[in-house]
Design a protein around this ligand. Sequence first.
Ligand code: FAD
Ligand code: EPU
Length: 339
Amino acid sequence: MDIKQNFSLKKFNTFGVDVAAEYFAQVNSLEELLEAVTFSKNLHLALLVLGGGSNVLFTKDLTGLVIQLDLKGISEEKISDSEVLVTACAGENWHGFVEYCLRKDYGGLENLSLIPGNVGTSPMQNIGAYGTEIKDTFVNCKVLNLKTLEVETFGAEKCSFGYRESFFKKEGKGKYIILEVTFRLRTRDHVIKVEYGAIASELESLGTERPTIQDVSRAVINIRQSKLPDPAVLGNAGSFFKNPSVPKKQFLEVQKEYPNIPNFPQGEFVKVPAGWLIEQCGWKGKQVGNVASHKLQALVLVNATGGASGQEIFDFSARIIESVKDKFGIELEREVNII
Ligand code: FAD
Ligand code: EPU
């Protein structure tokens, strides 16, 4: 295994921020991973694992070792005449994996088409889109315990999934490396999820009356491509903030003043689209220095010139948080992992 020093991470994060890692290794097997982890332990180095780099913001050069996890492979086990368990190694590209399942006509992940990043990262924030989250089909994941160097298996309960949350972002943060993930998918009688309004109308405009899972995937891809910037063209990490859940009482106060506020009631809380709040504060499409809020989706911050530093993007996000707090009294929380 080749351990590089003072290595630029510009190509390893979708914001395209240019920071250096003190040490950097790309690993292709569990043996190489153990070798890299042992190297970091022996030198008492901090350790950071990277997948596709599509949900990180590097604000400074990184001391310690950065491991880019490139474990590859997909396997399956049929468990009944209508269900299959499909396991993918951490370094498999997420959308490539979704396409693999669609080619085999395995249903359950189609609404999650075109999400950037790798399979191994999908449990980190329980990736979600268009009415589906991975927790809906997740069976378990194999992880490397960084303290014991043993491989363990975590079921859904241990992962403690929530909206853009999991055990791995909380108590388990920095303690485990996810090696592979297993999903339970359907081989027939597919459940087509079109409750998310935009999918139903996109399917209609595609002229599909009895949509297949492949049609749903096409509709999701079309919607995503119509508003989300392609990181290969314009650096970004998707939604920069989570959609806030506001206590009902507080929401009703805000609604009195802003009757048009979009809202999704959830028990005692109401979810409000952060994109709307940010747009109302005048940030949509606005550029300051090298950073902007995207003109088609205010929730997505972009490296507008390609020359933004992580700190500049972070400072821009702090100004947005401040404006939203001032105008609506609602505190936005960053979704992107700040490193
Ligand atoms: P990275 O950025 O490489 O890592 C993210 C975090 O996970 C880091 O803290 C890293 O240390 C840690 N990590 C990475 N791999 C492992 C591992 N194997 N074990 C332990 N820790 C690990 N997300 C959604 O949920 N829904 C969306 O619709 C969505 N749309 C997006 C659209 C765009 C254009 C972009 C750029 C991003 C979008 N995202 C979305 C965010 C992102 O795609 C997901 O969070 C994705 O799961 C990140 O995967 P990654 O491999 O790139 O993670
Ligand atoms: N909106 C605005 N202005 C904007 C953007 C959005 O007013 O500039 C309002 C509109 O009312 C719109 C609503 O926000 O109807 C929702 O917008 P959208 O459907 O684009 O979804 P989102 O809530 O902004 C979330 C996820 C996305 C995911 C989509 C589809 C979060 C933080 N983001 O975005 O995930 O792809 O729904 O399910 O939950 C990501 O996590 O990186 C990500 C892209």
